[in-house]
Design a protein around this ligand. Structure first.
Ligand code: F6R
Ligand code: ZN
Length: 182
């Protein structure tokens, strides 16, 4: 990679070697939501976009950084807010999330099944230490846009989230930070 000064938004920056925008619709995420009736109804009614992200993955031989932007739309599936699949990094490597706009919660889970829940909003940073699986939830009313910066080569294990289960945030549990419709 070479020095860069780029605008970070929904779409990948032009002229840099980015992944194409990955759009995750509800039909791609059926296994991740608990309320299967709500999933069926929403998919049949238009299959909403839940989130989209792109990444610039460092592929050099040195100690570079990978980074990207995720945009999670606001909404609920049954009693769960729109959220990412969530994953564990398979090789050692930490990550940092920085919000651009909106309001969210980052859920972390480690090998011992311990769970942490951190607020994500402009002006706050979430640091994801090695060994902690992570999922991001939009519990606001606007799109949640955040920047991720991580150590290259960590890989992403999504199967483990399905195999072991992963915490979610439902709209009845959030009261202290916000509730839908405010
Ligand atoms: C990279 C990272 C984020 C997520 C993105 C989408 O390590 O944590 O860039 O990849 O927010 O979430 P997932 O990957 O869980 O679909
Ligand atoms: Zn990650």
């Amino acid at each position: 990679m070479s020095p860069a000064n780029v605008e970070l938004g929904f779409e990948p920056p032009a002229g840099l070697d980015s992944t194409p925008l990955q759009v995750r619709r509800l039909s791609d995420l059926q296994d991740y939501y608990a309320d299967k009736d709500a999933v069926r109804e929403l998919v049949a009614a238009g299959d909403p976009e839940i989130y989209a992200y792109w990444a610039i993955e460092y592929a050099g031989g040195g100690s570079g950084l990978s980074y990207g932007v995720t945009t999670i739309q606001p909404g609920v599936v049954g009693h769960e807010f729109y959220m990412t699949k969530g994953h564990y990094h398979v090789a050692p490597g930490d990550e940092m999330y920085l919000a651009v706009s909106g309001h969210g919660t980052v859920l972390l889970r480690n090998d011992a099944g311990e769970v942490k829940r951190y607020e994500l909003k402009p002006g706050r940073m979430v640091y994801i230490d090695e060994g902690w699986g992570h999922r991001t939830v939009n519990d606001g009313v606007d799109p949640l846009v955040f920047i991720s910066i991580w150590s290259p080569g960590t890989g992403h294990d999504y199967e483990r989230v399905l195999r072991e289960g992963f915490p979610t945030v439902d709209d009845y549990a959030v009261g202290e930070s916000r509730s839908l419709g405010q």
